[in-house]
Design a binder for this molecule. Structure first.
Ligand SMILES: [Fe+2]
Ligand SMILES: [Fe+2]
Length: 219
């Protein structure tokens, strides 16, 4: 029987869900619930013991997404981590920083490294991503509420390969290839929009590509 290593379980997660429903629009909550469902499916394949933390992280990952830009900037400044130059032009990504900042004070029961770091890096990724960070990042990209063509394509790429039937090693490589594809799609979309690309995204992508080249000689 699986022992929950986290100091929160079903009842705390249910209470968290009720609290976040009140913070966001129905559309945002629909996406949030779909990310929770997807991260459970992904963690079941890769790290079942992390399911409680990843469910909490999914519920918390977009809690500030609907805050306006000045409010988010203020949150960063008040926390002593002021926005970097031009950060206001990266509004699709910086809500990850503000959401992570709110967890210790507003959701102390969920203030653990796994939850906070998964929330913190869910938009850009970073060099040296942990497995749980990768899974929330991917769940946010391929949750069933996403109908954008890149998301549909990535969801099919991941699930149509039947990762549940793979060996552990093949499943690990499949996750890496899926993530590389996601970073490539994100960077292509940002280039086509003339938008800023986070250095963290480029570093995350390059690290995985180098891993792929080193281990498999191709990607
Ligand atoms: Fe987000
Ligand atoms: Fe999201």
């Amino acid at each position: 029987m699986n022992q929950n290593k986290y100091p929160f379980g079903e009842s705390e997660i249910t209470a968290l869900r009720e609290s976040v429903i009140g913070l966001m629009s129905p559309k945002r909550y629909h996406h949030t619930a779909a990310v929770e469902d997807m991260v459970i499916r992904l963690a079941s394949l890769y790290c079942p013991g992390e399911i409680p933390a990843l469910r909490a992280a999914a519920l918390l990952h977009d809690i500030t997404k609907e805050y306006d830009i000045p409010t988010q900037m203020l949150l960063l400044t008040e926390a002593g981590v002021p926005p970097y130059a031009g950060e206001e032009f990266s509004h699709k990504t910086f809500h990850a920083r503000t959401a992570a900042l709110l967890i210790p004070d507003n959701y102390p029961a969920f203030n653990c490294e796994t939850v906070v770091s998964a929330v913190r890096w869910h938009t850009t990724g970073r060099k040296g991503m942990t497995l749980t960070e990768k899974l929330l990042y991917l769940a946010d990209y391929i949750d069933e509420s996403r109908l954008f063509p890149d998301c549909v394509r990535l969801r099919s790429f991941f699930w149509d390969a039947h990762p549940e039937r793979m060996t552990e090693e093949d499943r690990r490589i499949h996750l890496r290839r899926t993530l590389i594809m996601s970073f490539d799609m994100t960077m292509r979309a940002l280039l086509s929009e003339g938008a800023v690309i986070s250095p963290d995204t480029a570093l995350a992508r390059n690290e995985l590509v180098l891993e792929e080249l080193t281990e498999c000689g191709t990607n």
